[in-house]
Design a protein around this ligand. Structure first.
Ligand code: ZN
Length: 169
């Protein structure tokens, strides 16, 4: 399958800007909506402009790319071999910003969910959406989606069975 990416999208990917309405985000939205949950998108009045805001439940959801936001231990949290200093600094800024946003939201009574993009891939999507939907409704503290594919598979041989299917949309 040929990977077709628009030039706008590609420059966005290359620059590392967090895109709005990315495919994993749309997938999560569609499923939560189907589960009867209603939300606001990128609410400008909520710190960090969360991807999804469930105001009455005081819940804010961020969909984070495993690469840019550094999903620790994740298969897709790779580090480029060249320009290591540049990448290290860039990643550190992203992680620091995420922590700051989460703490700001928590301090004003918001609960925060971090949904890693890996959890929205086809073999794990249903479970992740169920986990998020349950968290939105149950009122518990901050949530983070499960690590679905650890980086070092030799230590986790059972993860091999969960490899995403090649050619998924
Ligand atoms: Zn991940």
């Amino acid at each position: 399958m040929v990977d077709v990416v628009s030039s706008e999208k590609r420059s966005q990917m290359m620059s590392g800007i967090r895109g709005k309405n990315t495919k994993p985000e749309l997938t999560l939205r569609r499923h939560l909506h189907a589960a009867g949950l209603r939300f606001r998108l990128h609410h400008p009045d909520v710190a960090g402009r969360p991807d999804l805001v469930f105001r009455s439940r005081r819940a804010a959801v961020f969909v984070h790319g495993c690469f840019w936001h550094r999903h620790e231990g994740c298969h897709w949290c790779t580090t480029p071999a060249s320009n290591l200093e540049f990448w290290t600094a860039k990643f550190a800024r992203n992680v620091a910003r995420d922590i700051e946003v989460r703490e700001t939201l928590n301090a004003s009574g918001w609960r925060v969910a971090t949904v890693w993009e890996c959890g929205l891939r086809s073999p794990w999507l249903t479970q992740t959406v169920e986990d998020v939907a349950r968290w939105i409704c149950d009122g518990t503290e901050n949530f983070e989606s499960a690590l679905v594919r650890p980086r070092n598979e030799t230590q986790m041989p059972q993860a091999r069975k969960l490899l995403p299917i090649l050619g998924e949309e």
